[in-house]
Design a protein around this ligand. Structure first.
Ligand code: FAD
Length: 552
């Protein structure tokens, strides 16, 4: 049968765009198929904060951070906790990815016009020992322009290839099956969905108006994860975390539906580590939702006090920003699926960032003037103040009794007692007067402030939570927010997919979240953050280059 292209890429998210542009730039013909309309090009990456894990970058060095491949690999392995036979390729991909992040990654992006905000963030700080989870040093490099800024170079390359006739987009084409001929994956088939001009990120029509089959010599599956499909999240929920939360909100649009994972598995691909996922515990319900159950993740600084639903402070080292999986495990062990931050206006102003391009108009719009206000403004950034005013999970009060009463009212129970919360806050407040302390969260705050980036824009000056001069008091109900799929299709370093018989499936490649960002789960159990977009760049580039080489 005649081929429609040399390679078909399923998915026009970041991983698909990277793979497709590499294929086209190698002189091959490529078709990018996506179930969404043209307005959604870039997938989740468009909505992202654009945070990238880089190692020993000029930005780090300028801030006095001493980083290295060895330190980053130590952190990665301590976080991943690889412990399964099927971790062979994930581990190999992790080693290669850390080398990419310490080597070519920044220069490759920079040559395409990508730029980085100069203050490096410190995500997932851990708090255990040197060989355990967490970033020993700040490594979260925010793209100047956030999500759209990381999509832009690849969309530009794709449009150039489109104009040159080497790349074709097929929007509103939903793949329902992979086509295999004599053991080689050589096409896709599915349905054409009716055109829909709905705004990016909103759920689009699923009305079918036709069907299609496309043939090529190879297929790259870059269809994303399962975070928008709560049924699949529940089905894959790991037993080690108890039962799945009764209530979850969505950190991704509905098109992150996981359908293509089942379709690719049905064609014989080996899906591994499906029980490894990366969901956040600091989710807030969006007061202006775009997609169903739309939630936003707070990227917290270290100072908010964190209470579980039963009024206990989360144990050390589960402070804001330390260990996402540890926090999820702890919260699920309480028998409730929410927890609380209690903080002050001084803390929210400096420490709350919201993950997502639309929540950061200063960085997304590349406005130095607006961004500088993060350090100088009296209030929090406007999107945070808007959540404070309109968000259903935010409570703002002048005194603790009113605050606690409203917290109980919000969740319709009386689990929190004012006297009890007051005693815990006062005890913590007594620790704040000295530059040293025994309370480990307070120690952690002092440690954070030794890093200039945190002192400038991420960690409030230590103060008493009950000091009215820093008020009003704020409580935030934190929900569990679905986001990333850490497992995926087992691949080698060329993103070639292994079949269920353990052999490479000729013609089939997988990249991005569908491939567990490389190998079938290069993060293992935990991420150091900024590693998902990077995993799409890495596995997408490998898939594109290898597929282009393999086709005649
Ligand atoms: C709000 C937000 C903030 C984030 N912040 C960061 C960050 O700061 N740093 C970081 O590293 N990561 C971040 N991430 C995660 C990161 O953006 C994603 O993991 C990554 O973009 C996934 O890219 P992908 O190409 O694998 O999949 P996707 O972006 O999901 O793209 C997959 C595409 O495939 C299409 N598709 C699926 N099934 C089919 C089918 N059957 N037929 C046809 N088309 C199909 C979909 O429509 C979609 O366009 C964030 C994510 C979100 C949502």
């Amino acid at each position: 049968m005649a081929e429609d292209a040399d390679v078909i890429v399923v998915g026009g998210g970041l991983a698909g765009l990277v793979a497709a542009t590499e294929i086209a730039d190698a002189g091959k013909r490529v078709i990018v198929v996506d179930q969404e309309g043209e307005q959604s090009l870039g997938g989740q990456a468009f909505w992202s904060f654009g945070g990238l894990f880089l190692v020993d970058s000029p930005e780090q060095r300028r801030l006095g951070i001493k980083d290295s491949y060895d330190l980053a690999l130590q952190d990665w392995m301590g976080s991943a906790g690889f412990d399964r036979d099927e971790d062979l390729w994930p581990r190999r991909c992790a080693e290669a990815y850390v080398a990419f992040a310490a080597g070519e990654k920044r220069g490759w992006l920079r040559a395409m016009g990508h730029r980085i905000f100069p203050v490096v963030g410190w995500a997932e700080r851990g708090g255990y020992d040197a060989m355990s989870h967490g970033n020993s040093v700040p490594r979260f490099h925010v793209t100047w322009g956030t999500g759209p800024g990381i999509v832009e170079p690849f969309e530009r390359r794709a449009r150039e290839a489109q104009r040159a006739g080497r790349l074709t987009f097929k929007f509103r084409h939903r793949v329902d099956a992979l086509v295999t001929t004599h053991g080689t994956v050589d096409g896709v088939s599915g349905v054409v969905l009716e055109p829909d001009k709905i705004e990016r990120g909103r759920s689009s029509s699923r009305r079918v108006i036709g069907d299609f089959t496309l043939r090529a010599q190879a297929v790259v599956v870059a269809s994303g994860g399962i975070g928008g499909n709560h049924d699949l999240v529940r089905q894959n929920w790991p037993k080690r975390l108890g039962s799945a939360p009764a209530n979850m909100i969505s950190g991704v649009p509905e098109h992150v539906d996981g359908r293509m994972i089942g379709i690719t598995e049905a064609a014989g691909a080996r899906l591994i580590n499906r029980d490894r996922m990366w969901h956040y515990v600091e989710g807030i319900r969006n007061w202006a939702p775009i997609w169903p159950r739309h939630g936003i993740r707070i990227l917290p600084g270290p100072s908010s006090m964190w209470f579980d639903a039963t009024r206990r402070r989360l144990p050390s080292p589960l402070f804001p920003g330390s260990d996402t999986l540890g926090q999820l495990q702890y919260i699920m062990s309480t028998g409730h699926d929410y927890s609380w931050f209690v903080l002050t206006q001084s803390i929210i102003k400096k420490e709350f960032a919201l993950s997502g391009s639309e929540q950061n108009p200063d960085l997304t719009g590349k406005s130095w003037m607006m961004t500088a206000k993060r350090a100088t403004n009296k209030g929090a950034p406007a999107p945070v103040e808007a959540f404070k005013a309109h968000g259903v999970d935010f409570i703002v009060r002048d005194n603790l009794a009113d605050l606690v009463g409203s917290m109980n009212a919000l969740v319709d129970n009386d689990l929190l007692k004012t006297e009890d919360i007051k005693a815990q806050i006062e005890a913590r407040d007594r620790e704040i007067e000295n530059a040293y302390a025994k309370d480990t969260q307070v120690l952690n705050i002092h440690n954070a402030r030794r890093y200039i980036g945190d002192r400038l824009i991420r960690t409030a000056k230590p103060h008493r939570i009950l000091d009215p001069a820093h008020g009003p008091l704020i409580a935030v109900k934190l929900n569990i927010l679905t986001r990333k799929t850490l497992g995926g299709f087992e691949t080698d370093l060329d993103s070639r997919v292994f079949g269920q018989d353990g052999k490479i499936m000729p013609g089939l490649y997988a990249a991005g979240e569908a491939a567990g960002f490389g190998g079938g789960g290069m993060h293992g159990y935990r991420s150091l953050e900024g590693t998902f977009l990077g995993g799409c760049l890495f596995s997408g580039r490998n898939a594109g280059r290898a597929a282009a080489k393999a086709v005649s």
